[in-house]
Design a protein around this ligand. Structure first.
Ligand code: 13P
Length: 258
């Protein structure tokens, strides 16, 4: 299992969402492998759709780019039609999994409770979870951003505490829903404020957990805004959607983050 470094090495993750199946996913993987070959100051992960995982992992084998799933089920096996377990993801060449992305919370009934179960199950299986949190536009306008994010983060902290995994293996991604796919990026101060609040929340549980947990920002990250976000004290990387579908823009984001 990959161990995050104590100094929070930047982590850039490309979430391909429901784009790039096996054939085009492999083409993108080959391009990424070439474009990112000289980048060693950041950890790099791509999250293709389930059907492309094994083929993309094969293309990236031996490179510095690792593979994540976009979701997992919390049971090890069973009669759960259409679901995939952590062990199956490991067998497909994944070492990471996204958990609780806002699109899963919005459209596929992920809740704080199921997100917690998925984090625990990933840690138990030896998959590194990237657990997502973030507020809607209405919640931001109502001034409840930190209440919402604290509630979501608390479920993740409880899951980490209940697992016997060492701290630092879980990454948290702050993705304000109003910034996803809208071109409306959170300003660095806006993002830093929430990241600092998440780190303070982690510190209530354990200073070590707060110091070594990587907190990524996601929501309209592009080559033109990534450097100013990455310069913030509590932003340790990015979860990139649209701009990760093109090798050059993903490589430029990674290059600006090291
Ligand atoms: P965009 O970068 O397309 O806004 O998507 C963000 C996201 O949801 C990454 O998980």
């Amino acid at each position: 299992m990959v161990r995050p470094m104590a100094e929070r090495k930047p982590l850039i993750v490309g979430n391909w969402k429901m784009f790039h199946g096996g054939a085009s996913g492999c083409e993108l993987a080959v391009e990424l492998r070439r474009s990112l070959a000289d980048i060693d100051k950041v950890d790099l992960v791509v999250a293709p759709p389930f059907t492309a995982l094994a083929a993309v992992a094969h293309e990236l084998d031996g490179s510095r780019i690792q593979v994540a799933a976009q979701n997992t089920h919390f049971e090890a096996s069973g009669a759960y039609t259409g679901e995939v377990s952590c062990q199956m993801l490991l067998e497909s060449g994944c070492s990471w999994t996204l958990v609780g992305h806002s699109e899963r919370r919005q459209h596929f009934s992920d809740t704080d409770e199921s997100v917690g179960l998925k984090v625990k199950s990933a840690l138990a299986a030896g998959l590194l979870p990237i657990a997502c949190v973030g507020e809607t536009l209405e919640q931001r306008e109502a001034g409840t951003t930190l209440d919402v994010v604290h509630r979501q983060v608390d479920a993740i902290i409880d899951a980490i505490g209940e697992s016997s995994a060492e701290p630092g293996l879980t990454t948290i991604a702050y993705e304000p829903i109003w910034a996803i796919g809208t071109g409306k990026v959170a300003g660095p101060e806006q993002a830093q404020e929430v990241h600092a609040a998440i780190r303070a929340r982690l510190a209530r549980d354990s200073t070590q957990l707060s110091e070594i947990t990587r907190i990524l920002y996601g929501g309209s990250v592009k080559p033109g805004n990534s450097a100013s976000l990455m310069a913030c004290t509590d932003i340790d990387g990015a979860l990139v959607g649209g701009a990760s579908l093109n090798a050059e823009s993903f490589a430029n984001i990674a290059r600006s983050s090291g």
